[in-house]
Design a binder for this molecule. Structure first.
Ligand SMILES: NC(=O)c1ccc[n+]([C@@H]2O[C@H](COP(=O)([O-])OP(=O)(O)OC[C@H]3O[C@@H](n4cnc5c(N)ncnc54)[C@H](O)[C@@H]3O)[C@@H](O)[C@H]2O)c1
Length: 454
């Protein structure tokens, strides 16, 4: 099938490459000429495991091409995926500017039947807006073009995007046009060889499904983060509680890890966007409002622990920081807890030496040149002369460190672990003062005894 993908970011590039890998003829369009020039020369704009190989193979096979030429992109695909960004507007609602611009371009240039597929995460009602801007453009041109608008939200996870796209749990299609449904069924047929995964529904339900899914996952995380704070006060261990509740099949183990808050390009903005959508139609979302504020607070939990340990002023203190990306296996730093933590430490007069296996170039872009912030070449390289180590992202390479080496390298053997990576007894046996989130550590017991838990 001929497919155009508009937007070559995390979702667009993965979708385009995977659809090409299944034999489709895919043209990816982006407004960013540097991104397209890089892709045309084989340079990927993002880090996503396995993506470079799929892109390279399919480019070589002639099934995957990249362009900034809007006219060619509209002419190419019968199916036009819109996978552009929907960042939060000033009030937190989704900014639809890029989606509607992409739709307008389709209306301006289409000359045969098109299925316009919203793959971006968009608020309920967006398909109607997409339909009307395309109709407006057709009317302006005085032509009668036939087209359908479909909602096909994407559920891939950065870091496992290829696997998620190629082996989806479900494929949600919101549509009211029979021909469009047939084409979407044909496009996704290769994904359904083992069992049926396509869930066809009305467009508004499909649009809401994506927000409901992310909101549910964010809720689980904020719930566990609050339970962890409670566990700390009560002298319980959130890890044991997690295992105790996760084994209940009605609850399950996924998304039950306590930590220093969720980030990324999806949960924060999608939770905010659904709250705004709800308030616009007069519906309060009490649970999600609490989920959001609990997460904002959680991003500060490590800083609060650091301040309790070292005092309000961190002047002259130096911290090693492991992990900048919002989660492992990605270089994405959008809304990452590391942004809040680094900014807060610098504000209090500390210096930070950060290390991340892949996100350091992204961090340099995100933070700009900040006096007080520097980057190390390796995890151990960040430790020298630091007063403490702060762990923010659970990269694999941080999971089994040499605790003796950490203890020797730090000026003071103190570790603040925002991802609960270790059994407390391991760092503690090496002489490390180990602070985690809701765990039974010696440090937590001492804080409780002294009544210093804020
Ligand atoms: N990143 C994820 O893990 C993920 C997962 C599921 C859904 N989503 C949703 O998918 C959408 C895209 O997210 P992303 O992370 O891929 O975004 P991104 O910012 O990585 O990429 C968006 C791309 O669209 C391009 N673009 C903007 N306007 C354009 C236009 N008019 N024509 C052509 N290109 C244009 C930008 O230059 C950019 O390259 C968002 O709505 C997001 O919420 C993201």
């Amino acid at each position: 099938m001929k497919v155009t993908v508009v937007g070559t970011g995390y979702v667009g590039l993965v979708s385009g490459a995977c659809l090409a890998d299944l034999g489709n003829d895919v043209l990816c369009l982006d407004v960013d000429p540097a991104k397209i020039a890089g892709l045309q020369q084989g340079r990927l704009p993002i880090y996503e495991p396995g993506l470079d190989r799929i892109v390279e193979q399919n480019v070589q096979a002639g099934r995957l091409r990249f362009t900034t030429d809007v006219v060619a992109a509209v002419a190419h695909g019968t199916i036009q995926f819109i996978a552009v960004g929907t960042p939060p507007d000033e009030d937190g609602s989704a900014d639809l500017r890029y989606v509607l611009e992409a739709a307008r371009n389709i209306g301006r240039h289409m000359s045969d039947y098109k299925v316009v597929v919203d793959k971006s995460t968009v608020p309920v009602g967006t398909a109607d807006q997409v339909r009307s801007v395309i109709s407006e453009e057709l009317a302006r041109r005085g032509v009668e073009g036939r087209f359908a608008v479909v909602s096909n939200p994407e559920f891939l996870k950065e870091g496992a995007a290829i696997e998620d796209f190629m082996r989806p749990d479900r494929i949600v299609i919101g549509a009211d046009d029979e021909q469009a449904i047939l084409l979407m069924r044909a496009l996704y047929a290769p994904f359904q060889r083992s069992h049926h995964k396509l869930i066809v529904m009305d467009i508004r339900s499909a649009e809401l499904t994506k927000y409901a899914a992310n909101a549910m996952l964010a809720t689980r995380i904020s719930f566990m983060n609050e339970m962890a704070l409670l566990a700390e006060r009560l002298g319980a261990d959130i890890e044991q509680v997690r295992q105790g509740i996760g084994s209940d099949p009605r609850i399950g183990f996924s998304f039950l890890y306590a930590g220093c808050g969720y980030g990324g390009s999806c949960f924060p903005k999608d939770v905010q966007a659904v709250i705004r959508t709800a308030s616009r139609v007069g519906q309060d979302l009490h649970v999600l409002t609490a989920v959001e504020s609990a997460n904002e607070r959680q991003k500060m939990v490590l800083v609060e622990k650091i301040v309790r340990r070292f005092g309000e002023s961190l002047d002259g203190r130096r911290f090693a920081l492991w992990g900048l990306a919002f989660k492992p296996n990605t270089d994405d730093m959008r809304e990452a807890p590391s942004r809040v933590i680094v900014a807060e430490l610098l504000k209090r007069g500390a210096t930070v030496v950060a290390y991340d296996p892949v996100a350091m170039h992204e961090a340099e872009r995100a933070f700009g040149s900040q006096p007080g912030l520097s980057f190390a070449d390796s995890a151990t390289g960040a430790l020298a002369h630091a007063d403490a180590l702060v762990i923010v992202t659970e990269w694999k390479e941080f999971r089994s460190p040499d605790f003796e080496l950490i203890c020797r390298s730090l000026r003071q053997p103190v570790v603040f672990d925002g991802r609960n990576l270790y059994e407390a007894s391991l760092p503690e046996a090496a002489g490390i003062e180990y602070h985690a989130i809701g765990r039974l550590t010696v440090a937590a017991a001492a804080a409780r005894e002294q009544g210093t838990i804020a």
